[in-house]
Design a protein around this ligand. Sequence first.
Ligand SMILES: Cc1cc2nc3c(=O)[nH]c(=O)nc-3n(C[C@H](O)[C@H](O)[C@H](O)COP(=O)(O)OP(=O)(O)OC[C@H]3O[C@@H](n4cnc5c(N)ncnc54)[C@H](O)[C@@H]3O)c2cc1C
Length: 541
Amino acid sequence: MSIEKRRANLQNAKDKNWDIIVVGGGITGAGVAREAIRRGLSVLLLEQKDFAWGTSSRSSKMVHGGLRYLAMGDRKLTKESLLERERLLKEAPGLVERMGYYFLLPKSWKPWRLVMKILLASYDRIAGIRNHKICNIDELGQTFTSLARADISGAAYYTDAVTDDSRLVYRVLQEAEADGAALLNYCKVDSSRVLDNGLQSIEVVDERAKNTFCCTAKVIVNSTGAWADQLRQARIEEQRVRPLKGSHIVLKKGVLPIENAISCQHPEDKRSVFVFPWEGHSVIGTTDLDHDDSLDEEARISSEELDYLLAIVRHHFPAEAISVNDIVSTWSGVRPVIAGDKQFARAQEAEQNEKGKSKKKPSKERRDHAVWDNEGLISAAGGKLTTFRVMALDVLEKAAPYLEGWAFERDEAPVFRRVTQEADNALPLNGDQRDYLSACYGFRFKDFLSSAKSTELESLAEQKYCLAQLRWALREEWVEHLDDLLLRRTRLGLLLPNGAEQLFDACKLICQQELSWSDEHWSDELERYQAIWARSYSVPA
Ligand SMILES: Cc1cc2nc3c(=O)[nH]c(=O)nc-3n(C[C@H](O)[C@H](O)[C@H](O)COP(=O)(O)OP(=O)(O)OC[C@H]3O[C@@H](n4cnc5c(N)ncnc54)[C@H](O)[C@@H]3O)c2cc1C
């Protein structure tokens, strides 16, 4: 975002009485902003760090129905997610892509084959597709040549989808902004209160200008994910979010190359962990643990989690002899899982401890979302990346009583505008590149092409990104820091060694050209980025 545009948004933020102020720029906040602005409400969205900085850039990137939820008997949640998955596949081709999943069947599970067959048939039927089968061990061996066969009898094959989670957030924000939503990152909401006239007032800290200002609205939407209790607690003393950490490791390009996801049982605790292809690399994850660290620090993988994730590939793919040296990066996210209120949870825990039982296992916690209204502070947490549209609609339904003269309607209008892929033969783009870039930029694809220099379309370091994308992000995509550019607008910092250090010179030049960074500013940004990368995205010692 240009300095002028940010300045205008800041001024507007202070001057205007908004219908809705959305706090939190992850997928939930982006979805609420998108659905609210489309329905004619005025919307301001504030994010304390970068858009998608929270969990929405650190998920397992799966747009899925959740076979597990169906197996647990939660048909409603599965149906909701499957219908959203199919909608996203249709609306955002290339950004959300169907992917094959192989669920390994241990030999000891023989009687379960029939159960899996019934489960998959039901999973597909709900989604309105037919794309599943049970594979025997030989078929499986052809797809995963280095898979250890000793304990496995075959696999249940089905399809779900995969995405780039932060780009999904930017596409949704881009839609909201195009319809008139004002977006500000690096603006933290410190407190909220109800004024005598019934309006909501919030205090905001602008990290960039290093000052504080107030804004007012009819409704505040608290879509701060794992942080949701912090804003709520000024109004009600209860804790509803149980933060659960999940970590992933990214293997170097060419190590354990796979084209489909595989769900493996961990040899120690029998949990299912995925090995899946993402951005041309293989990723292993996730763990699922209580997160007791401060939410002000970016979550990071522990060495125990690293060992746990490596153990799974060593067990199922021993011939690959994968070690720490094969890892290019890691990431960890914090899942805002809904639990009972704190007093209730404590009482329950004490009771369970008395009976000799332990706290509910993280992986057994429910994954659906909840929406609470505390005098016009509407909080939404839990849920999934996949179901952001449904969450947004539930939030707006709860907000409606505070928006006099406005009626909520639950419609099925698309989230994304149609993308037209007009041919521009002057640019040296092949079909795959065209599909990929149009998926990244949606209805702005044509603008991207007109601004791109043909010399900057070549792929960078054998990744699918190109210099023109860095330039576009700096001009158009609200970049404030180098980590915004390398960890979220692009994923180069996760895919290239040492946080993409081979591209630092190119980044310096382009940041200086587009954002007028001085040498000193560049050095500060580089130092900041390397510290963040070393702390939260590298391999722990
Ligand atoms: C390891 C892991 C794997 C997952 N895998 C999947 C998956 O494969 N598929 C799927 O569908 N879902 C998955 N999920 C769930 C999904 O990622 C989350 O449900 C979703 O990203 C939550 O989005 P959110 O917008 O609610 O929260 P966030 O993305 O965390 O956004 C909240 C934002 O609020 C901001 N914020 C906090 N406090 C303030 C404040 N005071 N002022 C301003 N801003 C503030 C934060 O900086 C943050 O950016 C996974 C989650 C985890 C942790």
